[in-house]
Design a binder for this molecule. Structure first.
Ligand SMILES: NC(=O)c1ccc[n+]([C@@H]2O[C@H](COP(=O)([O-])OP(=O)(O)OC[C@H]3O[C@@H](n4cnc5c(N)ncnc54)[C@H](OP(=O)(O)O)[C@@H]3O)[C@@H](O)[C@H]2O)c1
Length: 395
């Protein structure tokens, strides 16, 4: 199987290459892609010798080109978003790991879906922004979408048969999404006001990229996952519950109408869902250790607190509203998280900014990509101008 890893220098990208590296007889890495980490990408090129390497940033692309030139590497270096989409849909690619962070991953994920690839979907934002369009593109193109988010991958594993993306499986009563609760599970709102980006990125269970780590700390990650679950599995928001499970051992659960609940358990290591999706419908080694249930000793569950974590409430409302609202929620959140990481916004400012943008949004049906992208641009522009206004007022 020939695999393209988009976002190869990130956390999911590295875990994917780890799994792929364990099965050289089964997988061939044909493309690697990143935004600007040219040194890391070059190291990966040396190890996996792909046919293509794509860099988004032109200056970093030039550096990569210089590093590859004069070597015996078989790699063609390409630059820019069009090249990324071309490779995602390339005839020599069977499987695309969509592991770019944020809405920036949408065009290449769509290209892979339209071209009928097996799409391993880590980039949840593309589903949140343009879910119905992405699922429709996959249907048209004959693509298979397999979720990589540990929760959605767990649900996929607990569903009865081959799941058709976007269609509810018979007999399912509800989905229970588990949430670790993030690093600030026990903090008061007053304490949260003072937390730093470093503290927000220091997740107790998972090592992840900075954006998803902050989303985990605000619980927006669970909110985005709620929207993702509705779209991926054809569920109503009211049929998707969130339950806090600090040990992150039960990755999610499916309840059937007869009262049975199936869960998927394992150590919190993304190589499990990645190996599952790469090998599916077979099982392959991931490098993850066996779960020691006796050492784990207990599994706790509690209700989430949407007063201290308003992002969950905002995301649920966006899931219920549908149309362009999830795209606006996502765009405002991306701007807010970036501002928090850059020290321009305090932690509690993230939900405040997202809510302020949502309040001004006039929802439209998300029937065309142009509409969704317009809503995304509008929300980013408004969120940025609100940040600037606030900074001026504080000065
Ligand atoms: N990490 C996890 O455990 C986890 C779990 C579930 C789901 N996810 C989802 O998986 C996705 C990736 O998360 P992550 O934690 O791996 O993020 P990350 O560590 O920040 O990595 C992001 C990757 O995307 C690349 N990238 C960013 N913008 C790009 C662009 N415009 N074009 C091409 N490449 C671009 C980055 O390249 P540079 O290195 O050059 O910046 C990097 O390779 C996110 O959607 C996240 O929600 C992650």
């Amino acid at each position: 199987m020939r695999v393209a890893v988009l976002g190869s220098t990130g956390s999911i990208g590295a875990s994917t290459l780890d799994v792929l590296g364990r099965h050289p007889e089964r997988f061939e890495v044909v493309a690697l892609a990143a935004a600007s980490s040219h040194v890391r990408l070059f190291e990966q090129i040396v190890r996996f010798r792909p046919r293509f390497a794509i860099m988004q940033d032109p200056a970093a692309g030039a550096q990569l080109l210089a590093a590859v030139r004069g070597t015996d590497l078989p790699t063609e270096v390409l630059i820019g978003p069009d090249a990324l989409c071309a490779v995602a849909g390339h005839v020599e690619v069977d499987t695309v790991m969509a592991a770019i962070v944020g809405a920036a991953g949408l065009p290449s994920t769509l290209a892979a879906a339209e071209a009928g690839k097996r799409v391993l979907l880590a980039n949840k934002e593309s589903l949140v922004v343009a879910g119905a369009l992405l699922i429709e593109a996959a249907r048209r193109g004959g693509a298979t979408l397999i979720p990589i988010d540990s929760e959605h991958n767990a649900i996929f594993q607990c569903l009865p048969e081959k799941v058709e993306s976007g269609r509810r499986c018979g007999g399912v009563r509800r989905i229970l999404l588990t949430a670790s609760g993030g690093p600030f599970l026990r903090l008061t709102r007053e304490e949260m006001r003072k937390v730093s980006p470093h503290q927000a990125c220091d997740h107790p269970r998972w090592r992840m990229g900075r954006k998803i780590s902050v989303d985990s700390a605000t619980l927006m990650n669970k909110g985005l996952e709620l929207i993702e679950a509705c779209l991926m599995f054809g569920m109503e928001p009211s049929d998707v519950s969130v339950v806090v499970h600090p040990q992150s051992i039960v990755h999610s659960l499916v309840e059937y109408v007869d009262g049975s609940i199936l869960a998927q358990l394992g150590n919190p290591d993304m190589r499990t869902p990645i190996a599952h999706a790469l090998g599916w419908p077979e099982r392959i080694l991931s490098g993850v250790e066996s779960l020691d249930l006796v050492a784990a000793a207990r599994l706790d569950f509690e209700a989430p607190d949407s007063t201290r974590f308003p992002c969950l409430r905002l995301a649920r409302a966006a899931a219920e509203a549908g149309g362009t609202t999830p795209a606006v929620l996502n765009a405002a959140n991306e701007v807010a998280v970036e501002a928090f990481l850059a020290g321009r916004l305090d932690f509690l400012g993230i939900p405040d900014l997202v809510e302020a943008v949502l309040e001004r949004h006039e929802q439209r049906p998300a029937t065309a990509l142009s509409r969704v992208l317009e809503a995304d641009r509008w929300a980013r522009g408004l969120a940025e101008s609100m940040l600037v206004r606030e900074a001026r007022a504080d000065a």
